[in-house]
Design a protein around this ligand. Structure first.
Ligand code: CA
Length: 309
């Protein structure tokens, strides 16, 4: 299994002047952030969060996702603390980090942006909103139908960047070939019900770009009260991409390829060790070559200086 096509459509909607949604669509990482705060603070908060998430560096799993969301939180919180105009700003953050080799997605979630999965003919909401309305539904004081269009539906109970650290929901889901994953801001889900989301996605032939466009159009047709962002990606059959090779170690005392080979045990780990240490050996050679070039340059400079006197 591997990630197939992916696409994002982000739209200001029909009522707002600014788009406070930000996103990351960099397979294997997909994320959405819906900012809040006065003036331009919401835009700044969501972009600070996605900038932090873009530094994922190839790690996988729930711990990596939790770490990324905490880094996003720290970035937004620092900025808010330093700028009185940005005080109280925050953002939702929902992250999907795909590990195609393991056949899983690690999810990290804070706020009311949502992740959905379409598998077969079924739509499943993977995340649970951290919102006042969701709490009222959970406690039985509101029915799911009453929640739709509730005047306080945009009040969230958890946000990234409003406190020094944040409570992140993390969990793992299993991939299957043919899955279509959606990430969306509340500008979609406040305007378009789950049944319509599923119907439009199926009518769009599950093609990520067509699905994302169709859903944003649907939210705008329904009024476009808020910014609308939809990320869609598919899982297809095929070999997952190879993991990137570890960068060579450039320390001057790194073992040479010959020494490394001599101290290798036999078997599977020996092969893996040799791949890594081959890089270290190449780094050592590059280091030696650079030292020779520097020494020659210094000698030339010395000769030029002594001739000039
Ligand atoms: Ca929003």
């Amino acid at each position: 299994m591997r990630i197939g096509r992916s696409a994002t459509v982000s739209d200001t909607g029909r009522r707002r002047l600014h788009n406070e949604d930000a996103f990351v669509c960099q397979p294997p990482l997909f994320a959405i952030a819906d900012g809040m705060g006065g003036a331009q603070a919401g835009e700044i908060a969501s972009r600070l969060a996605t900038n932090a998430l873009e530094q994922h560096g190839g790690a996988t799993g729930e711990d990596a996702v939790a770490h990324l969301v905490q880094a996003a939180n720290a970035s937004v919180y620092r900025h808010a603390a330093a700028d009185p105009a940005a005080a109280g700003m925050g953002t939702t953050t929902t992250v999907l980090l795909v590990d195609a080799a393991a056949g899983t997605i690690a999810v990290g979630h804070v706020g009311d942006s949502r992740a959905y999965r379409i598998r077969g003919e079924q739509l499943e909401q993977l995340t649970r909103d951290h919102s006042l309305v969701q709490e009222l539904v959970d406690s039985g004081r509101l029915t799911p139908d009453e929640a739709i269009g509730h005047p306080h539906r945009s009040v969230i109970t958890r946000a990234v960047g409003t406190e020094p650290s944040v409570d992140v929901d993390t969990f793992t889901v299993e991939l299957a070939v043919g899955d279509l994953y959606l990430l969306c801001s509340d500008g979609l889900t406040d305007m378009v019900g789950d049944d319509v989301i599923l119907a439009r996605a199926l009518a769009a032939g599950r093609e990520p770009e067509v699905v994302a466009r169709a859903l944003v159009d649907e939210a705008n047709r329904a009024g476009g009260d808020d910014n609308i962002t939809v990320i869609a990606f598919e899982i297809e059959a095929g070999e997952p991409p190879a993991a990137p090779e570890a960068p060579p170690v450039l320390a001057p005392d790194a073992p040479t390829a010959e020494n490394a080979a001599a101290e290798q045990p036999t078997g599977q780990t020996a092969a893996a060790g040799r791949v890594r240490r081959h890089g270290a050996g190449a780094g050592g050679r590059a280091f030696a070559l650079a030292a020779i070039v520097l020494a020659l340059a210094a000698a030339a400079l010395l000769i030029w200086w002594s001739l000039g006197r």
